[in-house]
Design a protein around this ligand. Structure first.
Ligand SMILES: [Fe+2]
Length: 376
């Protein structure tokens, strides 16, 4: 048992950045802002943060070149830029990519003598103690999507094109502060809103249905499911308002807190080939396997989780998912090959097979993978 650990101070309310601007002064006098090229400008989050920093007399520099699936090279570029500017803390603004990058930049800025290999150094080789915040600069997170929950996890997923890997770095870098405001979702396209919200739902279900779950993690996953259910009418056709956006953001943050305790489970493990090889958005790719995962669970748990999230049964879940995110469109032969690859990948990953709190053998795994696709 890893022990319950949730060190992020969270303010979740309208105008959270503006209202809690003074809280930024605690972390330093010179901020490095880490964000993407466009969305934090379009949704107003960058302007809000800059206004708050000016109000507090904190100087800043903006690194706005974080790409989707941030690379090790981008992290090192941002690190060098931040060091050159004399920054003493990092503010990540955006979805999972900028927030994950911000965490890694904060780590590397704290270790200016290290090169990129430090990002994937085995902790046993000499960089332990990374949960207490002493080995990275403070990180502030301003999420602008309601899916990854990265503002409430210690996880940073990076891509290394040289080594052809996309994986979490072996550190736990929790933001010290998360400023959560649903208004940043107003400008999100419908499909993005849906796919990210379903990502958050999968985090909640996979955390609850997880061999590492305990009463404390389920406190978060259970509350998160009920919070998620509040905005379900949006995916049944209701026009979203600010309270829906707030509920989505809060559910996503709770989901992040839940998976920070347990990790994810089989559906996330199965999803990556669909995203990498077929370009299917992450939340949709994971959700493809959720009906199968739930059907493999004991019936009473399945019905409990579906009801908590607002669904009447598994068919209702699939109907809403398909309406909101769209069905998977792919060449049948290619889809079959990718699903077989996904199945083989998990079958040979004993840690993932054991992440389910019920027995999963090859036969059950096969049914989890194909449940969504058999009826075609
Ligand atoms: Fe996810």
């Amino acid at each position: 048992m890893a022990g319950f650990y949730m060190p992020v101070k969270v303010f979740a309310e309208a105008e959270a950045v503006q209202r809690h601007a003074p809280a930024l002064s605690v972390f330093g006098r010179n901020a490095l802002i880490v964000t993407g090229r466009h969305s934090s400008r379009a949704n107003g989050a960058l302007d809000d943060v800059l206004r708050a920093l000016r109000q507090c007399g904190i100087s800043y520099a903006v690194f706005d070149r974080v790409e989707e699936n941030p690379s090790v090279s981008t992290v090192m570029e941002a690190r060098d830029y931040g060091l050159g500017q004399g920054a003493d803390f990092v503010i990540g603004i955006g979805g999972g990519s900028p927030l994950d990058a911000a965490k890694a930049v904060a780590l590397m800025m704290r270790h200016p003598e290290r090169d990129r290999s430090y990002l994937y150094l085995n902790p046993e080789q000499g960089n332990s103690g990374h949960e207490n915040g002493s080995e990275h600069l403070p990180v502030v997170a301003v999420p602008t999507t309601g899916g990854t929950g990265s503002e409430a996890t210690g996880v940073s997923v990076l891509t290394d094109p040289v080594r052809q890997v996309k994986k979490s770095i072996p550190y736990r870098i929790f933001p010290a502060l998360a400023l959560v405001d649903g208004k940043y979702l107003r400008s999100a396209p419908d499909n993005v809103l849906a796919c990210t919200a379903f990502d958050a739902l999968t985090h909640l279900i996979e955390s609850w249905l997880n061999s590492k779950a305990d009463s404390f993690s389920r406190m978060l996953a259970g509350s998160g499911l009920r919070q998620w259910a509040l905005s379900l009418p949006v995916f049944r056709g209701k026009t979203p308002d600010d309270s829906d956006y707030t509920n989505m953001m809060c559910a996503s943050a709770m989901a992040g807190m839940a998976i920070a305790q347990t990790g994810t489970s089989i559906p996330h493990g199965l999803s990556y080939p669909l995203t990498v090889r077929l370009g299917i958005p992450h939340g949709k790719a994971v959700s493809c396997f959720m009906a199968g995962y739930l059907m493999a669970a004991p019936a009473d748990l399945r019905m409990y989780l579906l009801k908590e999230a607002g669904f009447s049964d598994i068919q209702d879940f699939q109907n809403v998912l398909h309406d909101a995110c769209g069905e998977v469109q792919a060449d049948p032969a290619l889809l079959k090959a990718v699903l077989e690859e996904a199945e083989e990948g998990i079958a040979s990953n004993s840690a993932k097979m054991k992440a389910a709190p019920f027995p999963v053998d090859r036969d059950i795994l096969h049914r989890i993978v194909w449940y969504e696709f058999w009826r075609r």
